[in-house]
Ligand binder design. Structure first.
Ligand code: NAP
Length: 326
């Protein structure tokens, strides 16, 4: 199959990038059936379904929210889903959602900030299933605070979870995808990856960084048959707000502005998209037969992002974010 890119038609991506094989994967089904329930690598099994050669998808942060729903939605679409969680003991909701949906998931423990764990999970999945076709970088952590309220440790934590971790996983899966001549990497960023928002300095900084990395990678990876995309949700009803790190000191010179920000945020989350709907959007993007770089999970998110992308002097965005502090 040829590629049409920048007028260089007719060269197979696999040939361009030193691929050693085509799209065919080795799927070791015997290894699948040897998994033991209750181990760190356990399977959620639902009656009546069997694993067959299929797209192997690794997704991070599936204990709750859109990651949980995306894992289920991808399994429903026929993917073999490796659903990873930082805390294996927090898999209850995911297990019961999988059972209700009648799908199987391969659950694995993974703290995305743990470099060694990322390497070994990727290697084990590649070994067991013959490769990873799709990576969904979903795990993420919110953080509230304006510059002066943020310790450098807090900023570094944001970078570690929301930027370095997806970059690390991307680097780990790329060689296999390049060699196979195909793959899909979808990173859940945020509208906050395109629109800087008050009291989200560290969070938006990390998400902007991730979008920059992925947009830069996209045209190069595409030459190897690997599509790189981002998903930018707006407010989604999940554990995100509850889990977000808050400033240690909320009074002081920014107390009034922070109060206004909290009130505005409450309003935005009162009309939030459901995590199920955002999870479906992630699954649809990961399966899009004509992938693009930038996806949003709702019309509201598209309107928000487009306002920023067309805002060459930045005043349009500041025109509405200033108002969030009144
Ligand atoms: P969520 O319910 O809080 O889910 C976040 C997931 O990330 C959880 O499973 C969490 O695991 C996991 N996680 C956090 N740190 C991790 C780590 N070090 N290693 C592995 N997993 C880790 O929130 P969500 O809304 O579904 O968030 C999913 C993604 O969407 C995030 O990237 C977030 O930034 C992005 N997003 C959210 C919104 C929103 O309004 N909700 C909007 C735009 C973008 P634990 O259960 O162990 O904490």
């Amino acid at each position: 199959m040829g590629l049409t890119l920048g007028g260089r038609r007719g060269v197979a991506p696999a040939e361009r990038c030193g691929a050693t094989g085509g799209v065919t994967r080795r799927h070791d089904l015997r290894a699948v059936s040897s998994l033991r329930a209750g181990s760190a690598t356990s399977r959620v099994a639902a009656a009546g379904s069997t694993l067959t050669p299929m797209t192997t998808t690794l997704i991070t942060g599936t204990s709750s929210g859109m990651g949980l729903h995306a894992a289920i939605a991808l399994a429903r679409r026929g993917h073999r889903v490796i659903a990873t969680l930082r805390r294996p003991d927090a898999a209850h909701e995911l297990r019961s959602a999988a059972a209700s949906a009648g799908v199987e998931l391969d659950l694995r423990a993974l703290d995305v900030t743990d470099e060694e764990a990322c390497s070994s999970v990727v290697a084990a999945v590649q070994e067991q299933y013959g490769g990873i076709d799709v990576l969904v970088n979903n795990a993420g952590l919110g953080m509230v605070g304006t510059a002066e309220q943020l310790s450098m440790e807090a900023v570094e934590e944001q970078i570690a979870v929301n930027y370095l971790a997806p970059v690390r996983l991307t680097k780990l899966v790329l060689p296999g995808m390049r060699e196979a001549g195909h793959g899909r990497i979808l990173s859940v960023t945020s509208v906050g990856g395109a629109v800087g928002q008050p009291f989200a300095d560290a969070y938006c900084g990390a998400k902007f960084a991730l979008e920059g990395f992925m947009q830069s990678l996209a045209p190069v990876a595409e030459r190897c048959g690997v599509h790189v995309s981002v998903m930018e949700p707006a407010a989604v009803a999940s554990s995100f707000v509850e889990n977000a790190v808050r400033p240690e000191v909320e009074d002081g010179p920014y107390a009034e502005l922070l109060g206004a920000y909290y009130r505005r945020t409450e309003g935005a989350f009162a009309a939030a998209q459901s995590a199920e709907s955002a999870g479906e959007a992630i699954a649809a993007a990961a399966c899009d037969p004509s992938p693009v770089f930038r996806y949003q999970s709702s019309e509201g998110a598209t309107a928000f992002v487009s306002a920023s992308l067309a805002d060459t002097d930045g005043e349009r965005v500041l025109g509405f974010t200033r108002g969030w502090l009144d």
